[in-house]
Design a protein around this ligand. Structure first.
Ligand code: BDR
Ligand code: CA
Length: 314
């Protein structure tokens, strides 16, 4: 059984990933921590509670503090044209959800849960890396106690999606992402190089909904606005399932190929938020990358099999 803390900014594709984690028989979802990104921290937290209630998810929800790692950095406007004003495709989510939050802030929840389950917890982070970086700042030794960290974010050999250089999750808090990539834990980065190849067609989602009823009906309702956006700007009649790819990696890493090497994140300037890997297979003159841990960036994917596993699990 994989014990997972899901660090998320729901978010339409986050909602799909959450349902995958909840449904998969080999995954024990032991916590949901919220971060700002697709909407404000208030909205993403309300959305996490809403999805927990609607889908009967048992895991506690702990709220992030909504701050970037570098306090001088201004929060970026929420992508309302992609995820809607409510972060869930403008389906009129109720303003408040009558469920309690975990009393701890997200980074504290991460620290205490990892310490209570040494060597067993996988962190799947599909929003800004702020909560993970704050957890490392407060308790750096948790790096040695986490099983692995799987991140949806970054773009290595493809353009970004918020600037030509940067992917949105990394661009929203680059200093946090650089801390996370440089820590002494195993990081796997599932970025745009592979996620842009995974598309759930509108028709396919409708067929799955017809077969499976209530839970998928909500997911389908949430997703229509996002599919409209992707249909106009990126892919025909379907949604790119970024965050689900990171979750699929956990249970089927053989469907991905990776490149290993130290990863840094550019902070500031025209390439703000760009992810760069120094492949282990390449020699360079000695430099300040040498002491960094080697991490894994996904460069290839069997998209057909990933989508089949997602279909089956949803
Ligand atoms: C990432 O940004 C967010 O909009 C999505 O939820 C995903 O995590 C894709 O760049
Ligand atoms: Ca997300």
């Amino acid at each position: 059984m994989h014990k997972v803390i899901f660090d998320t900014d729901p978010g339409v594709d986050d909602a799909m990933a959450l349902l995958f984690l909840h449904n998969h028989p080999e995954i024990d979802l032991i916590g949901i921590t919220t971060v700002f990104g697709n909407a404000s921290i208030e909205t993403t937290t309300r959305n996490a509670l809403f999805l927990k209630r609607e889908w009967g998810i048992g895991a506690p929800v702990a709220k992030g503090d909504g701050k970037t790692y570098n306090p001088m950095r201004n929060p970026i406007d929420w992508p309302v044209m992609i995820h809607g004003h409510d972060g869930l495709g403008n389906i009129d989510v109720p303003d408040t959800i009558d469920l309690p939050l975990d009393p701890r802030p997200a980074h504290r929840f991460i620290i205490e849960t990892v310490r209570a389950n040494p060597g067993e917890v996988t962190l799947i982070a599909v929003g800004r890396m702020s909560n993970l970086a704050y957890a490392l700042k407060e308790d750096p030794d948790i790096a040695g106690l986490v099983k692995q960290v799987i991140i949806m974010g970054g773009a290595f050999d493809v353009p970004g999606n918020i600037t030509p250089a940067a992917e949105a999750n990394i661009h929203g808090d680059p200093e946090a992402a650089d801390v996370v990539m440089g820590a002494a834990w195993k990081v796997v980065v599932v970025g745009l190089d592979v996620t842009m190849k995974t598309v759930m067609l509108r028709k396919r989602l409708a067929d799955l909904t017809a077969q499976n009823g209530k839970h998928l009906k909500l997911l389908s309702d949430i997703s229509q606005f996002y599919i409209d956006f992707y249909g106009q700007h990126v892919k025909d009649e379907g949604m790119v399932v970024h965050d689900s790819c990171a979750c699929v990696y956990l249970v089927a890493p053989e469907l991905f190929t990776t490149c290993s090497g130290a990863i840094r994140v550019v902070a500031g300037g025209i390439a703000d938020g760009q992810t760069i890997q120094k492949p282990d297979s390449r020699g360079f003159p000695p430099g300040n990358w040498d002491d960094l841990p080697s991490q894994h960036a996904c460069i290839g994917i069997d998209a057909e099999k990933v989508m089949a596993l997602l279909d089956e699990t949803l």
